[in-house]
Design a protein around this ligand. Structure first.
Ligand SMILES: C[S@@+](CC[C@H](N)C(=O)[O-])C[C@H]1O[C@@H](n2cnc3c(N)ncnc32)[C@H](O)[C@@H]1O
Length: 251
């Protein structure tokens, strides 16, 4: 890999196309790798997100950057037949997977999986009670704008819950985290991405691991929720700081 093929930081030219191509490439093995990357902890993080979303029964919910739909399915189980869940994503291949998985789930009501951009949601102002998003923020070209959009589509009183990966602050934990990411995740990812460059940039799992480096988290990220207008913006640290879950309420 040449120096040029490694994007500089978390924002770089051609990021939107690159991200789409990365997720198109990895869609069919995304769930398996997600489970491995999180060492099976992803379900617990999502349960926590559901708790922080408050009452979901009969509510209208939006999952942004829904991917293969796992968070959207959890919302749908809780929203029930009277509720409504929309999952939006920019990568058609991820949505295809979500739709085919849904065929095997017994949901009280189907999730509406729709193609769309988190930076310019097609939904009306104040049209959802709950907005969730898992591990998408690292992938967008404008973090603040995507949080502003989540705020815009929420009704007053509505809640936002967003999960994102980050690097643990504690040096000892970070050592084990780095070993896990650099060796286990990248090596397992290689089995699938074969180390092939995407759009002349780094292979898919190099992006997924390197995009955590230097990405805003904790207080810095929570401030972006406050800036969007959320009252009570806060974050919860999970798994020794490998994941932060951001929550806020629209007044
Ligand atoms: C790491 S995956 C997370 C998928 C899912 N939320 C989960 O919990 O497994 C990130 C997802 O964000 C989507 N994404 C990236 N940029 C986006 C954008 N601007 N608008 C909507 N979705 C986007 C990608 O296509 C991908 O499916």
């Amino acid at each position: 890999m040449t120096q040029d093929s490694k994007p500089n930081g978390t924002q770089f030219e051609g990021k939107e196309e690159y991200v789409k191509d990365v997720f198109t490439e990895i869609a069919s093995y995304y769930d398996e790798m997600n489970d491995l990357m999180s060492m099976g902890m992803v379900r617990g993080w999502h349960e926590f997100m559901m708790k922080k979303a408050g009452s979901i029964a009969s509510k209208k919910c939006l999952d942004v950057g829904t991917g293969t739909g796992e968070i959207a399915f959890m919302l749908a189980e809780r929203a029930g037949a009277e509720g409504e869940v929309v999952g939006v994503d920019i990568t058609p291949k991820m949505l295809e997977l979500a739709r085919s998985k849904m065929a095997g789930r017994k949901l009280p009501k189907d999730v509406a999986f729709e193609e769309g951009d988190a930076l310019s949601l097609r939904y009306e102002d104040s049209s959802f009670d709950v907005v969730t998003s898992g591990y998408m923020l690292r992938n967008v070209t404008d973090i603040q704008r995507s949080i502003d959009e989540m705020y815009r589509v929420l009704r007053p009183g509505g809640r936002v819950v967003v999960a994102e990966l980050c690097k643990p602050g504690n040096r000892i934990v970070r050592f084990f985290y780095d070993q896990h990411m650099k060796h286990r995740v990248t090596r397992l990812g290689r089995k699938y991405d074969r180390g092939e460059s995407i759009d002349g940039k780094q292979p898919a799992y190099d992006w997924l691991t390197s995009s955590v480096e230097g990405f805003p988290h904790g207080r810095e990220m929570a401030a972006k929720f406050t800036q969007a207008g959320f009252a009570d913006a806060k974050f919860y640290v999970k798994t020794f700081g490998a994941v932060n879950i951001y929550c806020g309420r629209k007044n």
